[in-house]
Design a binder for this molecule. Structure first.
Ligand code: PLP
Length: 350
């Protein structure tokens, strides 16, 4: 008998690198360069607040988000980043012996949770042009999950197709991971479908559009019955997931809609400019509805560009993986950062 035989074997998720130096152009983990709203920065928190446990229901934050999205507070579940919310949702809803379905090229945490929780899964190949094909998700399954826009492709699936997937799976849960939906055209979110489909869970995060990746807030919206199921699992695992500063700052962030809109439109404008520049340099760029682009250099390998850029303190994300090894995932930073990137590429990587 050896304890090593009884250890849970996992093959963990590998997050993008977080360089220690501040003196780099960091475009590898889809953070938002503008930082939280002044309403958050000015939100005084006396550290005395840390002596008490937080409200296990995080009801101030739940109420603020319910109000913001015009749903009932009973329809909102909050967690420590959307990774926590998604992990909890996998544990709660994907509990059959039929395989869950997700795209072959997608957020690489999905197969990790599936393995951790012993959930069988099958991946559905994206089309030649890296789109999700709705028909692939209309077969026997134990649940469906996909990001929209997808990552790392940045491609959006239109809402009609999203609804078709939900409709075809009325007796199992469909999770739509909307980490990047705020950068997509108006009307792309599945949130308005929540009232009509009791099998739909929409997951959001503060990490990208709200520029608060360091705080760790994510949430899910669905019908009350789904949220109750998530709560039951959460309270069986850790009642106090949301710390008191997160609840406080999380409420302050949603109160500043102007700042939110302003930073998002800045990023979209920068993205459109950057895509044109890349195309002029001979790069192939997939149509992006996110705060990053997925681009393939014309005359050099993506890996080579990735390494050269890193040497110069410019961090992109590169996935050495079948079907996508010719691409780089580049987060949209400030105008100034992106101009430096274009100059670097012009000088070294065309
Ligand atoms: C960034 C990301 C998440 C996780 O974000 P959190 O920081 O944990 O909220 C979830 N899904 C996708 C597709 C992402 O890109």
């Amino acid at each position: 008998m050896n304890w090593r035989e009884y250890v849970r074997k996992v093959d963990p998720y590998t997050p993008g690198e977080q360089p220690k130096s501040e003196n780099v152009i960091k475009l590898n983990t889809n953070e938002n360069p503008y930082g939280p709203s002044d309403k958050v920065k000015n939100c005084y928190s006396d550290l005395e607040l840390l002596k008490k446990y937080p409200d296990p229901a995080a009801s101030d934050l739940v109420d603020a988000l319910a109000d913001y999205h015009k749903v009932d507070p009973g329809q909102v579940f909050v967690g420590v980043g959307s990774d926590d919310v998604l992990g909890m949702a996998f544990m709660t809803f994907f509990n059959s012996d039929r395989p869950i379905l997700f795209p072959d090229i997608t957020y690489s945490f999905y197969p990790v949770w599936a393995s951790l929780f012993g959930i069988p899964y099958r991946t559905m190949a994206l089309t030649e042009d890296y789109s999700i094909r709705p028909e692939d998700y209309m077969q026997e399954n134990g649940g469906v999950v996909f990001p929209n826009p997808n990552a790392p492709t940045a491609k959006l699936l239109d809402l009609t197709s999203v609804e078709e997937i939900i409709k075809a799976n009325r007796d199992r849960i469909v999770i739509v991971d909307e980490a990047y939906v705020d950068f997509a055209p108006e009307g792309s979110s599945a949130l308005p479908l929540v009232d009509r489909y009791d099998n739909l869970l929409v997951v959001r995060t503060y990490s990208k559009s709200r520029s608060m990746a360091g705080l760790r807030i994510g949430y899910a919206i669905g019908q009350k019955e789904l949220i109750d199921c998530l709560q039951a699992v959460k309270y069986s695992y850790n009642s106090y997931t949301m710390n008191r500063p997160s609840i406080l700052y999380g409420c302050a962030a949603v109160a500043d809609e102007d700042y939110f809109r302003e930073t998002i439109s800045k990023i979209i404008n920068t993205r459109e400019w950057f895509v044109k520049e890349l195309e002029e340099l001979g790069y192939e760029v997939l149509p992006s509805s996110a705060n990053f682009v997925f681009a393939s250099p014309g005359n050099m390998s993506a890996e080579e560009v990735f390494l050269k850029a890193k040497e110069k303190g410019i961090y992109f994300r590169y996935f050495k993986q079948p079907r996508i090894e010719r691409f780089l995932r580049i987060t949209i930073g400030t105008d100034q950062e992106m101009k430096q990137v274009v100059q670097f590429l012009k000088d070294n990587c065309t």
